[in-house]
Ligand binder design. Structure first.
Ligand SMILES: [Zn+2]
Length: 326
């Protein structure tokens, strides 16, 4: 199987859905700061970097979320919606949820068109289903993303680290495809059928699930005599010997003002989150006070910017003409 195996979403990889999808504002759009966030499944954009995106949209940047798969093999994680008719129509429902989240975040969105690999469970885990995203050839699967990078021309690209940030085969594949596309998009020799070369300037990994942040929130909950949702998580972290990548964080983006937008976008993925669950246990005021940033690891940079940074566009903002941050 080569290339996307589903018809791509409403606009398809040829375009994207959003208010500014048409470049009809001419030069002012061309001079805008542009951010592309590549995610594995619908809902990942709302749990990783959502407040950052909402902040940059509010500042006038153009943000495009690219979702690699349709999330067809996701479970219903909201007990209130765990009904047969929901399970039957997962793909359609998740498209509608994604559209709602897109509106809330104010971003543009497109699907890369691959099929969810599912999270293999069992010992040993079952083989991945035929034709799924994680089984694609990386260079082939990167082609539509290279095309999107060349049309959208992002200054900044965000993806997951090499472990996927979370051990799902689609997250690891999302990492591989994003890095391959970042490295190829500016090279005229590579993927000549995908359009004029465009080299994004910076590549980041999401790094908000670092131990210092989780511990800070955990301790703030205990200090307020509240039950911490992180107790088991921290125990597992120790027991499983999972490395903390906190020391790799280069960039902390202040975006606490947009945490409520992040929660609202996450709730729009109604089949994927329990509104009374884990994600919503820490009071908003506490989240904003204890850890007011979303955190990133800068892994490629073609511009002059000194780490630590507080802005994904540091070193780029200066070179893009006025109008970018209005
Ligand atoms: Zn995911």
């Amino acid at each position: 199987m080569t290339g996307p195996i589903l018809p791509a979403g409403p606009a398809g990889p040829a375009g994207w859905v959003g208010l500014e999808a048409d470049d009809d504002e001419g030069e002012s759009v061309a001079e805008q700061l542009r951010l592309m966030a590549v995610h594995a499944h619908p809902d990942d954009e709302s749990s990783k970097g959502a407040a950052t995106m909402a902040k940059y949209v509010a500042e006038g940047a153009h943000v495009l979320v690219v979702t690699c798969t349709g999330g067809e093999r996701g479970s219903v994680l909201n007990p209130k919606l765990d009904r047969p008719e929901i399970w039957r129509d997962m793909a359609t429902i998740r498209r509608a949820e994604m559209a709602a989240a897109r509106e809330i975040l104010g971003v543009d969105h497109t699907w890369l068109g691959f099929v969810d690999s599912g999270l293999p469970e069992g010992d040993p885990p079952p083989p991945l289903p035929e034709g799924c995203f994680a089984l694609q050839d990386v260079q082939v699967a990167a082609a539509p993303l290279v095309g999107l990078m060349r049309r959208f021309r992002p200054h900044v690209v965000i993806t997951y680290d090499e472990r996927g940030g979370y051990p799902h085969p689609d997250h690891i594949m999302c990492h591989k495809v994003s890095v391959a596309a970042f490295d190829a998009a500016g090279d005229p020799e590579r993927y000549p059928e995908q359009g004029e070369p465009w080299q994004p300037r910076k590549l980041y990994y999401h790094a908000s699930f670092n131990k210092a942040r989780v511990l800070a929130l955990h301790e703030a909950m205990l200090a307020a005599d509240l039950e911490s949702p992180y107790t088991d998580w921290l125990k597992r972290w120790e027991a499983d010997g999972i490395d903390d990548r906190g020391h790799l964080v280069t960039t902390r983006v202040e975006c606490a003002e947009y945490f409520p937008v992040r929660d609202e976008a996450l709730r729009a993925h109604a089949t994927q989150v329990d509104p009374d669950g884990f994600w919503f246990h820490v009071p908003m005021e506490m989240q904003q006070r204890v850890w007011p940033t979303e955190d990133y690891e800068l892994v490629r940079s073609l511009v002059d910017s000194q780490v630590p940074e507080d802005d994904l566009f540091a070193g780029i903002r200066e070179t893009v003409r006025a109008g970018a941050a209005e």
